[in-house]
Design a protein around this ligand. Sequence first.
Ligand SMILES: Nc1ncnc2c1ncn2[C@@H]1O[C@H](COP(=O)(O)OP(=O)(O)O)[C@@H](O)[C@H]1O
Ligand SMILES: [Mg+2]
Length: 224
Amino acid sequence: MHGLHINRLIESVHQELLPGFRIESVDPHDPVEVRHVPKPWQLLGRGNYAAVLYHPDYPDLVVKIYAPGRPGFFEEVEVYRRLGSHPAFSECLYARDGFLILKRLHGVTLYDCMHRGLRIPKQVIRDIDSALEYARKRGLHPHDVHGRNVMMYKGRGLVVDVSDFLDEETCSKWNDLKRAYYWLYRPLLSPLRLRVPYFVLDVVRRSYRFLRRLVSRYLHPRKN
Ligand SMILES: Nc1ncnc2c1ncn2[C@@H]1O[C@H](COP(=O)(O)OP(=O)(O)O)[C@@H](O)[C@H]1O
Ligand SMILES: [Mg+2]
């Protein structure tokens, strides 16, 4: 990647994007609200802490901007430093002033695959598993790996959000997702080619969080 190319993009972030861009995180458990995206920037995705955009002149790069007051920026930079280069992860090319420039991963999040009724082959799950294993070998702790943070591209799996990989607390989201994949998705949903509407996915997301909290309260009564 050319330094000059990136420099022009950074300039454009400061001059075109940031001045007119409005982002707000209302609830840390729900995706950030993006109120205005200046032309010609395109919104690619929203996480609970940040928004991800690209500029049509730089289609292989994305800019990830954290909502004011949400933590994780410095941690994410450190995670990418430790990850180095791996086909299932993005790479961080620049980070300053609350935004990161990352290599764009093309693909559809597994969450959106459910919505669009796209078939998710086992290879996708295996790729993500081995990517997470690689991260562990690099001294990281895969965390918050859920349907919006993993993607499918040409039948292969990608991990799109690594921002919480310094968090050592165990996180069962990926194991739970895998369980749902093998027990629910493979035998029932996939053969029916069902498209799951967003409101149903949202209900699943909310009930999952509720049930998880209930279970953890039951298992660790003093912690909660
Ligand atoms: N490198 C990338 N390439 C393409 N899309 C991305 C990339 N990083 C993030 N996205 C998209 O943006 C969404 C939000 O980014 P994410 O890193 O998950 O934010 P957060 O840390 O707030 O959860 C993701 O679900 C994904 O759709
Ligand atoms: Mg995310």
